[in-house]
Design a protein around this ligand. Structure first.
Ligand code: SAM
Length: 275
């Protein structure tokens, strides 16, 4: 039963067929009639463009514990703030602009994102950012155009780190700084996905891929980046409640799906080594 429960935890979003089978098996073992009162199980998978177009209208409103933990963390906010000599900032996968400070005199802030609908939401907000639709894998900028690159919750959507880190390093000036934050691989291995409530009221998800710390170190080394700092940010005590809300959306229970202290976010700070 423990093994089956663990399998359900890992695939409750991505594999509803397997989860239903497992639940029926548990139900049979327990001699129960309906162990979960399931009305909704699993979520529809979407690609980046279709998924984020659908998600864009609710992205800022719906509670997202990973995003809240990130932008509520002074560790991350401090690292992500441009220093006095960083006046050209690029936010890659900027989405709706969560975490972009409104007041930053003397800084040119550019945001790039693949998804036009996410950028449209950002454009309606009162944040002075130049937005450009584009792909992080082929950025529409000359080499060495920026002093600081910020990259929040983007890399987990990409199956491999090397191509994107290579491209990010290209647009950074020599000695420029790259700040990455994303869902920790541990959370993805235990069932976290880019899940959201669709406009038609169902559940959708945009898949995420786990990248280990060692994957980041190897990809940075092959992209002329030197990693200066790595932080693994843990779920605080209150996280049990907020993640319970996610679980409740899909399976009708409010049980916590993580323990406080488990790794939630990975933050990687690097600099270019190119001259
Ligand atoms: C989870 S959202 C993060 C938005 C924002 N950075 C934040 O912290 O809330 C991920 C964003 O990455 C964008 N994205 C995904 N793949 C991309 C790619 N290859 N190039 C540019 N943007 C991409 C998506 O469109 C989406 O807006």
């Amino acid at each position: 039963m423990g093994y089956t429960g663990y399998r359900i935890l890992r695939s409750w979003v991505t594999d509803p067929h397997c989860v239903r089978e497992d639940l029926l098996h548990l139900q049979e073992l327990l001699g129960a009639t309906d162990i979960c009162g399931l009305t909704e199980l699993g979520a529809q998978q979407h690609d980046i463009v279709t998924g984020y177009s659908d998600w864009s209208s609710s992205y800022d409103e719906a509670s997202n514990p990973f995003v809240e933990l990130c932008y509520g963390s002074s560790l991350i906010v401090d690292a992500w703030t441009p220093t006095a000599d960083e006046t050209r900032v690029l936010d890659v996968g900027i989405g709706t602009g969560t975490g972009v400070p409104v007041d930053r005199p003397g800084v040119m802030w550019v945001g790039v994102d693949l998804n036009r609908d996410m950028l449209n939401v950002l454009s309606r907000r009162d944040i002075p950012v130049t937005v450009i639709q584009g792909d992080a894998l082929a950025l529409p900028f000359a080499d060495a155009s920026f002093d600081l690159l910020r990259c929040g919750f983007l890399l987990s959507h990409l199956p491999a780190l090397e191509p994107v880190l290579h491209e990010l390093a290209r647009v950074l000036r020599p000695g420029g700084r790259l700040e990455i934050v994303d869902i920790h691989a541990h959370a993805i291995y235990t069932g976290a996905q880019g899940i959201y409530r669709t406009r038609t009221g169902g559940l959708g998800y945009v898949p995420v891929f786990p990248h280990l710390v060692s994957d980041h170190l190897k990809a940075a080394a092959s992209s002329a980046l030197v990693v200066r700092n790595v932080e693994e940010i843990r779920w605080p005590q209150e996280a049990q409640t907020s993640l319970g809300l996610i679980a409740r959306n899909s399976v009708k229970t409010a049980r916590p799906v993580v323990q406080s202290g488990e790794p939630a976010l990975l933050q990687v700070s690097s600099r270019t080594t190119r001259e």
